[in-house]
Ligand binder design. Structure first.
Ligand code: SF4
Ligand code: MG
Length: 283
C-alpha cells in the first residue's frame, strides 16, 4: 500500500520559501495515500500560475494545461477513464477569472473531479496584480490607488451554482486540509476546495497572521450542519466568506459520469445508461 512518500517525485518545487502551496502539495500527497490510492490511480491536472506547477511536483499522472483550462482537461480525463481519481488544481486567478466559465459549469455538472484552488488573492506568477479574490482597496501594481471592485464570493457562488461539495481550508492547517481533500476525493461528484494559500512575496496584507486572526473554523460554530444549504449561505454571509471546513455537502445528486454511457478501460465495454425518473425530480 502506498504512503505519502510514494506520491513524491524528484522535482524540486521552485515556489518561494514560505509559499502556502507547499502545504497543499503535501496535503494532496497525504490524502491520496490515506484514501488508499496508488500513484497510477491518480491524475493531477493544473492550470497556469505559481500553483499550476503542482502537477509536476506529485508522482502521479500529470497534465500542466493552459490558463484557466484545468477543468475542461480534468473532466475529459475523467470521462475517458472513470477508474482514475482526478484532481484539478490552480490559483484564484486561473479558476475564478479566465477559468470562471468552466468552474461554474463544472460545479453544476457535478462530474466526479476534486478541484483544489490555491487562493492567495493575487496574481503571483506575474509579480503581483489584483485578482478576482482581492478585497476593495487592495493596492497592487495594477491597482495603485486600491481596487475598486468587490471580491468574488466563490463559496457563495458555488452554493448557488448547485455545488454538492463546497469546502474551504487554510494551508497552515495541514491536518484539516488533508482531511478535507480525503473527503473531497471520496465524494461522488464535483468537489470544490478553496484553500487560503498565502503568497508571501507579493501579498503583504493577506498574510498567515491575517488569516489566523480573521478565519472562523466551522467546527467552532455550535450546531453547524453542512447538509443545510441555507445555513451554509447564511454563515458565509455573516463571516464575509472567511470560514474553514466542510461548508456544504449533498450526497443525493448523482454525478455526471454515472448518467451517461461510457467505456471501461478494460475492453472498452459500454456502460448502461443510468438516468432514472427519480433523478430528474431531484434536480
Ligand atoms: Fe508562492 Fe507568491 Fe512565490 Fe508564487 S510568488 S511561489 S504564490 S509566494
Ligand atoms: Mg493567485
Amino acid at each position: 500500500m502506498a504512503t505519502f512518500k510514494d506520491f513524491r517525485n524528484k522535482v524540486k518545487p521552485n515556489w518561494c520559501p514560505g509559499c502556502g502551496d507547499f502545504s497543499v502539495q503535501a496535503a494532496i500527497q497525504r490524502a491520496s495515500a490515506n484514501v488508499g490510492l496508488e500513484p497510477e490511480d491518480l491524475a493531477v491536472v493544473s492550470g497556469i500560475g505559481c500553483s499550476g506547477r503542482i502537477s509536476g511536483y506529485i508522482n502521479a499522472y500529470g497534465f500542466h494545461g493552459i490558463h484557466g483550462r484545468a477543468l475542461p482537461i480534468a473532466q475529459g480525463v475523467k470521462m475517458a477513464n472513470r477508474e482514475l481519481t482526478v484532481i484539478a488544481s490552480g490559483g484564484d486567478g486561473d479558476g475564478f477569472a479566465i477559468g470562471m466559465g468552466h468552474t461554474v459549469h463544472a460545479i453544476r455538472r457535478n462530474i466526479d473531479v476534486t478541484y483544489i484552488v490555491m487562493d492567495n488573492q493575487i496574481y503571483g506568477l506575474t509579480k503581483g496584480q489584483t485578482s478576482p479574490r482581492s478585497e476593495v482597496g487592495f493596492k497592487t501594481k495594477s491597482t495603485p490607488g486600491g481596487s475598486i471592485e468587490s471580491a468574488l464570493g466563490v463559496m457563495e457562488l458555488a452554493l448557488t451554482a448547485g455545488g454538492t461539495f463546497v469546502a474551504q481550508s487554510f494551508s497552515s492547517d495541514l491536518k484539516g486540509l488533508t482531511a478535507l481533500i480525503e473527503q473531497g476525493i471520496q465524494h461522488k461528484g464535483f468537489s470544490l476546495i478553496n484553500v487560503y494559500s498565502p503568497c508571501v512575496t507579493f501579498n503583504k496584507i493577506n498574510t498567515y497572521d491575517w488569516f489566523k486572526e480573521n478565519i472562523t473554523e466551522l467546527s467552532s460554530i455550535e450546531g453547524y450542519d453542512p447538509s443545510n444549504r441555507m445555513m451554509a449561505m447564511q454563515t458565509l454571509m455573516e463571516h464575509n466568506g472567511l470560514v474553514t471546513g466542510l461548508i456544504y455537502q449533498n450526497t443525493e445528486k448523482k454525478s455526471y459520469e454515472d448518467m451517461v454511457p461510457g467505456f471501461k478501460p478494460e475492453g472498452l465495454v459500454n456502460q448502461s445508461l443510468e438516468i432514472s425518473e427519480d433523478h430528474f425530480s431531484k434536480l
